[in-house]
Design a protein around this ligand. Structure first.
Ligand code: SF4
Length: 331
């Protein structure tokens, strides 16, 4: 059989490692499964290709559709971008991913999940609806599959308690270099987790937390200071979700702007926030306000963020972000 793959979110774009390029894991597993069955697998060619099955995968519901015509006897749509109920059948999900379909993904790195699900119910997130309660999934050695560098996409690994401890211990003993690229929940970092997190070798030398509310600032600070007390000297990367409240977002991001300066002055492990404009999972066409886009531009360009305060940030010629403060913060 001839199998065609369509990656709606990235179209196997060539992006630099470090600039957040991740393979579509489901397509990698589909490719592995069909190759094992002796089928021919390729990126689907619009118009001219002829396929028995085409798999179209879309992770984000806001990704632009690929409207080109593909010739196929059967088209299978998969991924949260099409339906949050979408799941791989177990005989495909159990396959080791074939990363070779993405020639730009660096060799020697494995991608995967140790757990699925999350016990929380953040209103902007589809994970609890899609995956349900947290539970063990693949063991870290199975994800590694012989590689030493691992990008782990767990949504809330620390919520897995003893299983999380066991997996972190293995990561330390087996000398893996890992990244939990969906961030850790700072509220769950107790003394035992802090000791382990300080010992783990981190890909890109950074630990990621989420800081989506004012309340989480204190929780992140507590976790950071506990982990630092066990000798960690890398960086912290904080995902900060923006919401409709300019004042709250400004205060939260500006707090981390000041902390970034302090860390550099005091030569302590640096902290970089990363701002994500809010996208409504149930309404991907909802427009994103300009202030959220500009705030994300200010925060996410680290060279700019380190030297420029929000008021002085000029995302466009003759426009400074102090405009938003004057508009939304009344004296
Ligand atoms: S903690 Fe993370 S994964 Fe869990 S519901 Fe909130 S945003 Fe989603």
């Amino acid at each position: 059989m001839k199998i065609g793959l369509v990656d709606i979110d990235s179209h196997a774009k060539v992006k630099k490692w470090g600039a957040t390029i991740y393979p579509n894991l489901a397509l990698c597993k589909i490719a592995a499964y069909h190759k094992k069955c002796g089928d021919e697998v390729e990126w689907a060619m619009p118009l001219f290709g002829e396929y028995d099955i085409i798999y179209r995968s879309k992770i984000f519901n806001f990704s632009k559709e690929d409207d080109r015509h593909y010739n196929a006897k059967l088209v299978i749509y998969g991924g949260t971008g099409y339906s949050i109920a979408s799941k791989l059948p177990p005989y495909i999900d159990d396959c080791q991913p074939d990363y070779s379909i993405y020639p730009t993904v660096p060799q020697g790195v494995s991608f995967g999940f140790l757990t699925r699900g999350c016990p929380n119910k953040c209103n902007w997130c589809v994970v609890p609806r899609k995956e349900g309660a947290i539970r063990p999934y693949w063991d870290i050695e199975r994800v590694a599959n012989g590689n030493k560098k691992l990008v782990l996409m767990d949504n809330n690994i620390l919520a897995a308690g003893d299983y999380a401890h066991e997996q972190l211990e293995k990561a330390i003993l087996l000398n893996y270099r890992i990244d939990f690229n969906q961030a850790l929940d700072a509220r769950l970092v107790d003394d035992d987790f802090a000791k382990q997190l300080a010992k783990v070798k981190w890909l890109n030398n950074r630990i990621r937390f989420g800081c989506d509310t004012q309340g989480q600032i204190g929780e992140c600070e507590k976790a950071i200071s506990l982990i630092n007390s066990y000798g960690y000297r890398g960086e912290y990367f904080l995902y900060t979700m923006l919401n409709d409240d300019f004042v709250e977002c400004y205060n939260r991001l500006h707090y981390w702007w000041e902390r970034n300066h302090q860390c550099r002055e005091n030569h302590t492990p640096n902290i970089y926030p990363y701002a994500q404009p809010y996208r409504d999972p149930d309404n991907p066409k909802r427009p994103i306000p300009d202030w959220q886009l500009d705030m994300a531009r200010w925060v996410n360009k680290h060279q700019v963020f380190q030297v420029t305060d929000f008021d002085d940030f000029e995302p466009r010629k003759s426009f400074k972000c102090i405009y938003y403060k004057n508009k939304y913060i009344t004296a």
